[in-house]
Ligand binder design. Structure first.
Ligand code: MN
Length: 747
């Protein structure tokens, strides 16, 4: 009969059941533990953190009924076991105060400085994410996101310590919460520990989670290990003796460690190889720790000399380390009684890295002066993940301990915890389209972390985004100016084009009917076949396409009618005219097409008979660089190339059209000008005399005092021939003493 070796005697005096004392005691043990490896550190700051956290967690209890402070102190203990620095342990003690008490990050900064505040803030942010359970396929995104959110690698170490303690005390929670936390642990936190090379932490997290997630499988494996324990241990002892003497004879110094495999790694093996438990022979593994790489290979030779290696099972992670810097030689051999077992061979240094990973850096920092430790940590971060960016200056980079592992991406959430990965600086519109194109198109607003934000604002890592929609709402052209994903851009364009097409068809149809009436063509008598033949002449397959083309202003209704009823409507003779669109044949009655002033002074290169008008937003004048844009049903809008609207209008290159100023037209262009002046007598006179010297007509003029300055404002509309004349005028006005500024108004 076996008696658990760690059971306590009933006669031993238990701790005094005063709620605050065990915590004090735990804390005293923490300090003692730290003194062992950091004898010189001043622990007054840690003491402060303990008092501070105790004060604010006062009265709170854990699900186990213990005082809440037991948890942070135990987290600090786990960090002390990792031999972390004092900042990490202060963070451990304070890690829940912002989340669970009235304390703010600002307060932590005041009391404990910026470094601790930054770490506590980081842990708090990660803790907030705990409310989400990741779907399987998202686990990798969540892992990346967690790493992406961490600015100081100690934040992740504190979070892992927090998770270890929560997992150790999981039994007190409801089955649902237990399952959720265990799943998150195995999907998110254990792999992160693995990435960071922390084999020991990963192993503990996996086995604890496995125990809760698959209790039956866990018990079965544990039972199998237990039932064979005796024979396995005997076997291991025998092997161990043999290996020891063989290695001694070869002069290879070694520490040999026989062990049973962890339950979860056995479970994975069963699943991976689709075998049952009684088919697993190598529940045991032997670990040989030696002093040098040379001796690792020498020891491998000794093992293979003694027992037959299983082909394909020899792995050299020394020559090619794993991405998490794990180094070791692995082999499986057939032992004395036909029993297979695994042997791992590595140096003591490699072993330390395999067990502690990135935390190893802090552990020996004190003893080792020089760059070795930092180099190692840089190597960690380099290998951490698919590291894309070149680190410019590793020294500076490490001194701040800042990491930005995924500079290109922003990891954001739906309110229900689904991760949406977007490019950095993506907007709520991109987010909405990433969910579904209907959500994107009917988006009318967005909340980020519970607050309403403008749709053009940038999303950041960890943002929880809620999209507000309204059925029937349509995407706005303005969105194109700020969306970052091509998915959103394409969907918006597509919808806008589709919407415009519907309108263009309607306009085109009315326009054709109106022109037909004016020119005496009876459309009702034209057969559908004839209509389609005409459409075909324009390279269009349907009547609808022809209507749309008319609506877009691609050709005139008269042209189309001359093909439909050649006997009634004459096709115009194509000959160069100075002002083509000013011709009577131009469709002056197209719906929505007002003959804007400026018609006839601009021509569309290569195409006649298009309605052209100067856009009101920028009111271009002769001499300015211009660009044309085929509108729906209103012909060609001509903008100044500098017009701010041009950028957003011309997203659709197909509708851009080349235009130029028609030659020799004697038109003039009304331009609105604002002149800011000192308020002094005679100013108006001087201004008007400049204008008359230039022979410029003034259409209107208004002068008023400026209320908030001691100056005056003159607003006028003048007729100019072209850009040159306008520039000359403005320059002349600016030369008048007392004129502060001259501005052109655009609408
Ligand atoms: Mn916690």
């Amino acid at each position: 009969m076996s008696v658990p070796s760690e059971s306590t005697s009933l006669t031993e005096p238990g701790p005094v059941p005063h709620p605050s004392e065990p915590v004090e005691q735990l804390y005293a043990e923490l300090e003692a533990k730290i003194r062992e490896y950091r004898p010189k550190d001043d622990l007054a700051v840690l003491q402060n953190a303990f008092r501070f956290a105790s004060k604010y967690h006062e009265g709170q209890t854990r699900d186990s009924g213990e005082p809440y402070m037991v948890h942070p102190v135990m987290v600090a203990h786990i960090l002390a076991d990792m031999r972390m620095d004092v900042v990490a342990m202060e963070t451990g003690l304070l890690h829940d105060v912002v989340e669970d008490t009235s304390v703010t990050v600002e307060q932590v900064r005041k009391e404990f400085g910026p470094e601790v505040a930054r770490c506590v803030d980081g842990v708090t942010k990660l803790t907030k994410l705990d409310v989400f359970s990741a779907e399987d396929r998202q686990a990798e995104s969540v892992r990346k996101m967690l790493l992406a959110m961490v600015e100081d690698i100690r934040v992740i170490l504190v979070k892992l310590a927090d998770r270890i303690h929560n997992m150790r005390t999981l039994g007190y929670l409801s089955p649902e919460r237990r399952e959720r936390i265990a799943r998150e642990t195995i999907e998110i936190y254990a792999p992160i520990a693995h990435r960071l090379g922390m084999g020991k932490v990963r192993g503990e997290l996996e086995d604890l989670a496995f125990q809760h997630l698959e209790p039956d499988a866990y018990q079965e494996i544990l039972g199998a290990i237990e039932s064979k324990r005796h024979s396995n241990e005997e076997f291991l002892a025998e092997i161990r003796l043999t290996v020891e003497s063989e290695l001694r004879r070869e002069g290879i110094p070694a520490r040999i460690d026989g062990r049973l495999k962890r339950p979860y790694s056995v479970f994975q093996k069963l699943r991976r190889q689709k075998i049952s438990l009684d088919q697993v022979y190598d529940l045991m593994a032997l670990r040989i720790l030696t002093d040098s790489v040379k001796n690792c290979y020498a020891a491998l030779g000794v093992i293979h000399n003694k027992w037959r290696p299983i082909p394909g099972r020899i792995k050299d992670f020394i020559a090619i380390p794993r991405p998490n810097l794990y180094q070791s030689l692995h082999t499986s051999v057939v032992g004395p009684h036909g029993q297979t077992f695994e042997v791992q061979i590595r140096t003591e240094e490699m072993h330390r890295i395999a067990e502690e990973g990135i935390a190893a850096h802090w552990k020996y920092k004190e003893g080792r002066k020089g760059p070795a430790a930092d180099d190692q940590r840089i190597a960690w971060l380099r290998h951490l993940v698919e590291w894309q960016r070149e680190v410019q200056d590793p020294g500076e980079f490490m001194s701040t301990l800042k990491v930005d592992l995924y500079p290109e991406e922003a990891y954001t959430f739906t309110p229900r915890g689904k991760v949406i990965v977007l490019p950095r600086d993506a907007t709520p519109i991109d987010f909405a389209y990433a969910i579904h194109s209907d959500v994107g198109s009917t988006c009318v607003g967005a909340k980020v972390n519970g607050r309403i934000v403008p749709l053009r604002s940038s999303l950041r890592n960890g943002d929880i985004v809620e999209i507000m929609t309204q059925p029937g709402h349509e995407p706005s052209k303005d969105w194109l100016a700020f969306v970052k994903t091509s998915r959103a851009r394409n969907k918006i364009k597509h919808l806008i084009n589709a919407g415009e097409r519907v309108k263009a068809i309607e306009i085109g149809q009315k326009y054709l009917e109106k022109e037909a009436r004016r020119l005496g063509v009876q459309l009702s008598k034209v057969t559908k076949a004839d209509m389609e033949r005409v459409a075909g002449e324009y390279g269009l397959s349907k009547m609808e396409d022809l209507h749309a083309a008319l609506g877009y202003g691609k050709f005139s209704a008269r042209q189309v009618l001359s093909k439909i009823a050649p006997g009634v409507v004459k096709e115009e003779v194509a000959e160069p005219r100075p002002a083509p669109v000013a011709d009577n044949a131009a469709p002056s009655a197209a719906p929505g097409a007002k003959r804007a002033d400026g018609d006839g002074v601009i021509k569309v290169r290569g195409l006649d008979d298009l309605m052209v008008y100067r856009a009101k937003c920028c009111n271009p004048i002769r001499g300015e660089a211009i660009v044309g844009y085929v509108t729906r049903g209103k012909g060609v809008a001509v903008h100044a190339r500098m017009c701010p609207n041009v950028q957003s209008l011309l997203y659709d290159v197909e509708r851009k059209i080349e235009v130029e100023w028609a030659r020799a037209a004697e038109d003039s262009f009304p331009v609105r000008i604002v002149i800011h002046t000192d308020d002094r007598p005679g100013m108006l006179n001087q201004l008007t005399s400049v204008l008359s010297a230039e022979n410029t007509n003034i259409r209107s003029l208004e002068a008023k005092g400026e209320t908030d300055h001691d100056g005056g404002v003159v607003e006028m509309t003048v007729d100019v021939r072209d850009k040159k004349q306008l520039e000359k005028l403005v320059a002349a006005m600016r030369r008048i003493s007392g004129v502060r500024d001259v501005e052109r108004l655009f609408n």
